[in-house]
Write a protein that binds this ligand. Sequence first.
Ligand code: BG6
Length: 501
Amino acid sequence: MHDRNIDKPLAIVIFGASGDLTKRKLMPALYSLFREKRLPGTFSVLGIGRTKYTDEDYRPYILSELKEFVKPEEINDKEINNFISHLHYLSMDPSVVNDYPLLSAKLAELTSKDIEGNILYYLATPPSLYGVIPQHLKANNLNGSNTRIIVEKPFGYDLKSAHELNAIYRSVFTENQIFRIDHFFGKETVQNILAFRFANGIFEPLWNRNYIDHIEITAVENMGIEQRGGYYNSSGALRDMVQNHLVQLLSLIAMEPPVAFNPNDFRNEILKVYESLAPLSKDDLQHNVIRGQYIASADRKGYREEKNIPDDSRTETYIAMKLNINNWRWSGVPFYIRTGKQMPTKVTEIVVHFRKAPHQMFKTDLDNHNMLIIRIQPNEGILLKVGMKVPGSGFEIREASLELMYDKLDGLPVGDAYARLIEDCILGDPTLFTRGDAVEASWYFFDAILKSWQSNTAPPLYGYPAGTWGPKESDTLMNTYNTKWTNPCKNLTNSDQYCEL
Ligand code: BG6
């Protein structure tokens, strides 16, 4: 399968080593790869940041964070101390080119000759450094042919900046060395969409406009922006979630079967989905894209009260929109997608609504059957909702589910997304990473929304009380098309309090 890059000694360099992503996701992922012997026998992890740590300060700091973010049953004192002994820290400013000789010297000190430049750079920094770091690596000859770079999303701020960023990356690395990460593709349940569709013959014949009425994609969270105000306020839900995570989910649901499961064939099909997104008309931009921002509710603070958020911020924390795909399979099938912070619950799921039976001979007012729910998280699994006869006299129909829940499937644990993707990068397998052309194709579509929000005919930004299902206008959007959102918990709405900001 893979060329066993895993056996080659490796240095992993993390820019942004004292940040949130490193402690919450990257170190736990590396530790789990280490525990499962999925890292090379010889490796070191070099954290880089402006905070003035030494190795002696950095190790206990990461150790205490690991104890917080790794499941208790996975903590083994001997293993964790062994892992920690591979960690090093270099205090430098990644935005200053003259600091990079320090990095060269540190890498030389940490690695023996047999490493052959096998270095993985991870950019866990604010997006403003994504363009600078590769250029400084190149200026210091740190971009040899065995190096790889993982860069977090959002890749670019809009189409123009994504294009410029791609140009920078391509001038420093080859496309095969660039790993634009979107951690949703590392999720087992997301990858399983491919297996579900293409390893089985059951659903594929139904997977088109003749049998599917519409599709919903929801990724909502019940928390706010936590300590990420600085980043989030210049990003917003569209850049943070929609342009990447949500369209990635859409691409797996909508794509044609790739010729083979290899990086090029697979990613060609993703690109085609993005290129087939129907451009949004002026009317769509006004009425079919709803943006909102959470406001204070009885027990939760509003977005503008969060740390580092200006009182007059117009950054969206919620988006709901209707999309169409212009191709033979999906013509006329609406895709409704939404994401939001401070919602009633955290759930990511895809709901495929099949067309109703052409003639209903049973009396039923059910509207929650005839659908397939692909639940990405939590309660990971797949549910097929069907109408069943209620036993006894008459022909009353009620809803029932055929359920495939991961926690009931023996030997199918839900693995960690970051661990999977970091391992793929070590192995040199870019399949689950976003290719440069796809990033730009996605931005090409979403740029129209960003431009409409900056224009003087910008659609309103609606306030929604924290802890509710978003602006009532997103319900109106669905009503216009004779449907409604499938909300995992239904008893929580507070529509009276909505307002326009
Ligand atoms: C990140 C976003 O990419 O994804 C966050 O920056 C968001 O704002 C997170 O909370 C959601 O990821 P997950 O895996 O928890 O659904």
